[in-house]
Design a protein around this ligand. Structure first.
Ligand code: FDA
Ligand code: NAD
Length: 426
């Protein structure tokens, strides 16, 4: 028993939703395309889970943020997929893939065959059990990757009104969830091993601004350490977090954001892997010509820097999806993927964007006091990366152009003084 499709997208997240839109733009026939997702809901804009969905009032909820509302186009509800003849196999976990036979096997035992496969399996959260933390299966420990996680986080937060929350991890999830918990009137303590937050992107000076900004809103920081155990009660609810130095922090709930791992296991030994992801070329094509891969799961050539990277951000998920679809439909016409890395975040009233590469010397500009500042990264005499807090649409667009063009800089001190007045911008 099984079904056959011309194209199958495995995974029903951001990249899958944007790929479907791109197929529809080009025109696909009824019954040609199938999206398989273990989630019970159609593809949605995952960034909403740590932002709009966690608001104490008028929180965003599905179906309001199905793709592709993130770029201001159609909201693709299950009805939309039906109208376009796209099969949406929700609640369907794929447990095995054979890229030679071109088959997928579902947990329910169905075999699905394809002519072309697009892998859009994204990533899974790293769990504290994997770090050897005991008691990590308690009820009030929350992770945040999908809609189910989000609903649990909202429910647990509601049950602990005004209580104490410990946030493990100082990356994107940690920072965005800590802000959301404060907005929900929780008392928040963040714990992470690095010397400052957002260590993958921020310098210590940029991080100092955000830590101070969070502290003013009541967040406590415990840095340079990790937690080793949870103390739970008879109901299997965490009551305290125990740190490496045996320090005990009381907790009514815990949110964990300690990174992710791309979902590649179905393809190990079948496709070439690199940097923990599925290796693709500039057409998003894997080592098997009938298989493409997009989004968080891919390690792709970054033309601008001449190296291979894996990026875990929504803009790349959207653009790589469109690139794969175009490469499948018009292989001769499509140029190699030429992606400019772009990351952003919002928390409380802060909002920043970053374009390019954070390598080389970093110089700050602007006014930290007025919450209008930025930074340039200069590598081998050229600006290669740009960060801006509190910018407007035009300023952010200029930042992107700057990071792409990489203009030379003779005088770094002058650049720091000029900031957005750097002649490039005018
Ligand atoms: P994505 O994770 O979206 O989708 C993968 C899908 O595959 C899931 O539906 C999963 O269930 C399914 N799947 C996996 N294995 C399967 C199997 N074996 N069988 C069936 N289905 C399977 N980025 C950014 O730039 N700005 C931001 O503000 C945010 N904010 C943000 C908040 C939160 C809470 C998260 C978790 C992430 C972000 N991100 C972000 C990151 C961004 O959401 C991420 O880069 C994209 O969702 C990646 O899209 P993909 O489609 O690659 O994976
Ligand atoms: P991350 O990689 O941003 O941060 C992981 C953090 O885990 C590190 O900063 C570190 O502080 C911490 N850590 C590692 N080991 C630890 C340990 N043993 N104990 C305590 N802390 C430890 O990952 P994340 O914050 O979990 O985010 C998950 C994914 O979601 C990422 O792909 C991220 O890009 C994505 N995301 C992106 C955004 C955005 O772009 N605005 C927002 C939310 C989530």
């Amino acid at each position: 028993m099984g079904r056959a499709f011309k194209i199958v997208i495995l995974g029903g997240g951001v990249a899958a939703g944007y790929a479907a839109l791109e197929f529809v733009k080009h025109g696909i026939s009824y019954g040609e395309l199938c999206i398989i997702s273990e989630e019970a809901v159609a593809p949605y804009e995952r960034p909403a889970l740590s932002k709009g969905c966690l608001l104490p009032e008028d929180a965003a909820t599905l179906p309001a943020f199905h793709t592709c509302v993130g770029i201001g186009v159609e909201r693709q509800t299950p009805k939309w997929y039906k109208e376009h003849g796209i099969e949406l196999a929700l609640g369907t976990h794929i447990k095995a893939v054979d890229v030679k036979l071109k088959t997928l096997l579902s947990a329910a035992g169905e075999t699905i065959t394809y002519k072309t496969l697009i892998i859009a399996t994204g990533a899974r959260v790293l769990r504290l059990e994997e770090f050897g933390v005991s008691g990590a299966d308690a009820k009030n420990i929350c992770y945040l990757r999908d809609w189910n996680d989000c609903k649990k986080l909202v429910e647990v937060t509601e049950q602990c009104q005004g209580g104490m929350a410990v946030v493990i991890g100082g990356g994107y999830i940690g920072m965005e969830c800590a802000a959301a918990l404060v907005t929900n009137r929780m008392k928040v303590t963040m714990v992470f091993p690095e010397q400052h937050c957002m260590a993958r992107l921020f310098t210590s000076e940029i991080a100092a601004f955000y830590e101070d900004y969070y502290k003013k809103r009541g967040v406590k920081f415990i840095k340079g350490t990790v937690m080793t155990a949870f103390e739970s009660d008879a109901e299997k609810k965490v009551r305290a977090v125990i740190l490496k130095d045996k320090k005990r922090i009381e907790a009514d709930m815990v949110v964990v954001g300690v990174g992710i791992r791309p979902n590649v296991s179905l393809f190990e030994g079948q496709l070439a892997l690199e940097k923990g992801g599925i290796k693709v070329n500039g057409k998003m094509q894997t080592s098997n010509p009938s298989v493409y891969a997009v989004g968080d799961v891919v390690a792709f050539p970054v033309k601008l820097y001449g190296d291979v990277r894996r990026l875990e951000h929504v803009d790349h998920a959207r653009k790589s999806a469109a690139q794969a679809v175009n490469a499948i439909i018009s292989p001769e016409e499509v140029q190699d993927y030429d992606y400019l890395p772009f990351f952003y975040s919002r928390a409380f009233t802060s909002s920043w964007q970053f374009y390019g590469d954070n390598v080389g010397k970093c110089v700050l500009f602007g006014s930290l006091k007025d919450q209008k500042f930025g930074a340039f990264w200069i590598d081998r005499g050229h600006v290669v990366g740009a960060f801006l807090e509190g910018g407007n649409k035009d300023e952010y667009a200029s930042l992107a152009t700057l990071a792409r063009l990489q203009p030379p800089v003779k005088d770094i001190e002058m650049l720091a003084k000029q900031g957005l007045a750097f002649p490039f911008f005018h």
